[in-house]
Design a protein around this ligand. Structure first.
Ligand code: U2F
Length: 569
């Protein structure tokens, strides 16, 4: 069936149900952003020019909101607890609904079971029940519940699952056998999913799919108004929980800030002012989302103290014309050295409170400085106060951008097909075409030189967006591609994982081995040893080791929409 854009959001609000504080928050957000969503849906519809879109049957099971997983978030919605996840789920619901798919939404185990067709009380039944959904969006908690309650069907249908996973899961942690053998086991498990089935809040690693969320958009008049009404000496502190004010050493930089600016906070409190918040700070208490945006519209500066990591608020601040000032982390925080990331299935190094803001946005909107260096901090404040900055929102965080991206995933990502036809499906084509790549003059880059015709479904992203680069020793593919203004595309590893490709790259291999290692294909230059990847599930953009130069499949991307290549729509 053809999917038709669906614009009556009241039906979605009904589907969501009510009761929990978290659901109320999500519905309020959807209602508040309704006009923006509708405008975006018209724009995308025009852009797609009537292109056929399949309508999917979709189950959305928000595991972290179920009582069975403890539902620790709902009671904290009004108390300064994390809202980022709720923001994202609200937007996911809006997107899937507007794109015209048929949705079922569950936030309890009972509803999940009844939608899956599992008879209640038949928890671990080994039955093979046909799954009435093409796609299931859930999170790690929901995944666990499905595994427990779907019996044998779980294995068969897990390729239809999409896991909303804030910080991401790297391939080395996802692969059961590999994780167990090499110390990548975590509390979140090793699910042997296709790594692109994990969907993150920011484009953290190209190994996963970037889901994202949206920020409120402004029209030209609003932007003008904001610009002329900015209070150049007003700062808002990032953080709604009093605990962030416990940060050691904050007195020094707060004193400097206080010399120049009036400091505001939105820290939750019950009856009294939280003792952690100094008296010179004007605390508004936790604000409803919309009021928080209004505060940001007046403020010049949004300042982070180092926590929470990678939340939505800095994007909202920048979208409302604030400059975001944050601390550089040196050394970077990661699961190896920081409590918050410990046990998370990623080795990503977080170089500041908000690496996306640092790397994808940067100056003049984002300043990342060393807070221990008073001079650097003070001169940043002065410079910020005297710079005029326009409100800015990257396209991928607009409603149109998110609709477009999720549309592209739904119509093109098919992990069930790959599961049925593992990597080998591409070999015949590769072998029959002797020179699938052509060498560029500087001899490091290979580009796909002609169309591949085969009976297999066409690759997505399309192969013509591929460029192959060899990493420097000790460099991850993520970084290698970035350095060439490209993005690593793990879907293309299968085209590189061949002996011939080493030859075409002029790499001399005295021997070639095929092993399970998330850094392969790679070469150890000094010993002229080449390595191929034995298990496609381990293809990984992330990861490096001082022994290897990696073969990196990079691709182009649309400006402001890193998830999509130029010809991806
Ligand atoms: C992040 O979670 P947080 O909820 O702490 O992230 P924030 O960036 O603070 O923003 C969440 C929303 O809170 C809203 C604001 C944001 O959309 O509009 N808000 C509000 O409604 N009222 C206020 O007074 C202030 C802000 C992240 F998203 C999670 O994934 C992480 O688990 C968490 C820890 O790193 O950080």
């Amino acid at each position: 069936i053809q999917a038709a854009f669906q614009r009556d959001l009241s039906y979605l609000l009904e589907l969501i149900g009510s009761g929990k504080e978290s659901l109320i928050f999500m519905k309020k957000r959807i209602r508040h952003l309704a006009t923006q969503w509708l405008r975006a849906s018209h724009k995308l519809e025009q852009k797609l020019e009537g292109k056929h879109r399949d309508q999917k049957q979709i189950l959305i099971h928000i595991g972290f909101l179920t009582e069975e997983s403890g539902d620790v978030f709902s009671p904290r919605v009004l108390k300064g607890g994390p809202l980022g996840e709720m923001v994202q789920w609200a937007d996911i619901l809006a997107v899937l609904f507007i794109l015209g798919h048929s949705l079922k939404i569950t936030v309890s185990l009972k509803e999940l079971q009844s939608n899956l067709g599992v008879p209640p009380g038949r928890g671990n039944c080994p039955l093979m029940v046909p799954l009435p959904f093409d796609l299931i969006y859930t999170d790690y908690h929901g995944l666990q519940q499905m595994k427990q309650h779907m019996g044998l069907s779980f294995k068969k249908y897990r390729c239809r699952v999409r896991v909303i996973d804030t910080f991401g899961t790297e391939p080395a942690y996802n692969h059961e056998e590999y994780a167990t053998l090499h110390g990548y086991r975590t509390n979140w498990g090793y699910w042997n999913l296709h790594p692109k089935q994990f969907m993150t809040m920011f484009p953290h690693t190209p190994d996963n799919s970037f889901m994202g969320f949206v920020s409120e958009e402004l029209n030209v008049t609003e932007k003008q108004f904001i610009k002329s009404n900015k209070a150049s000496n007003m700062a808002v502190v990032y953080g709604k929980e009093a605990s962030i004010w416990k940060l050691q050493g904050k007195e020094k930089f707060l004193a400097i800030l206080n010399k120049y600016m009036e400091i505001h906070g939105t820290v939750y409190y019950e009856t009294q002012r939280p003792p952690e918040v100094p008296a010179f700070v004007k605390n508004h208490g936790l604000l409803p989302q919309h009021d928080f945006q209004q505060l940001l519209r007046k403020a010049k500066l949004f300042i982070g103290f180092g926590f929470p990591y990678e939340g939505p608020a800095p994007l909202e601040a920048i979208a409302n014309g604030c400059v975001f000032l944050q601390a550089r982390f040196n050394p970077p925080h990661s699961s190896l050295n920081h409590e918050f990331f410990r046990g998370k299935p990623t080795s990503r190094e977080v170089s500041s409170q908000h690496p996306y803001a640092e790397d994808f946005i940067g100056k003049p909107h984002v300043w990342t400085v060393d807070y221990n260096n008073s001079e650097e901090f003070e001169s940043a404040i002065k410079a910020i106060m005297s710079t005029k900055v326009d409100p800015y929102l990257p396209y991928e965080y607009t409603s149109e951008g998110m609709l477009e991206r999720i549309h592209a995933y739904i119509q093109n990502q098919d992990f069930c097909a790959t599961a049925a036809l593992p990597d080998k499906s591409n070999s015949p084509t590769m072998q029959s075409s002797l020179s699938p790549f052509s060498l560029q003059p500087n001899s490091t880059v290979l580009v796909w030189s002609h169309n591949v015709s085969s009976n297999n479904p066409p690759a997505w992203p399309p192969v013509k967006s591929m460029q192959v680069w060899i990493s420097e020793i000790g460099q991850a593919c993520t970084r290698t591609c970035q350095r060439h203004n490209l993005v690593c595309e793990p879907e293309f590893f299968k085209f590189l994982n061949k002996k011939e490709v080493f030859q075409q790259l002029n790499i001399v291999c005295d021997s070639t081995e095929s092993e399970m290692n998330h850094l392969y294909p790679a070469v150890a230059e000094n010993i002229r040893e080449c390595y191929l990847q034995k298990d496609p599930l381990l293809f990984s953009c992330a990861g490096c080791n001082t022994k290897y130069q990696r073969l990196c499949p990079c691709r182009d991307y649309q400006k402001g929409q890193v998830a999509l290549c130029r010809d991806c729509l």
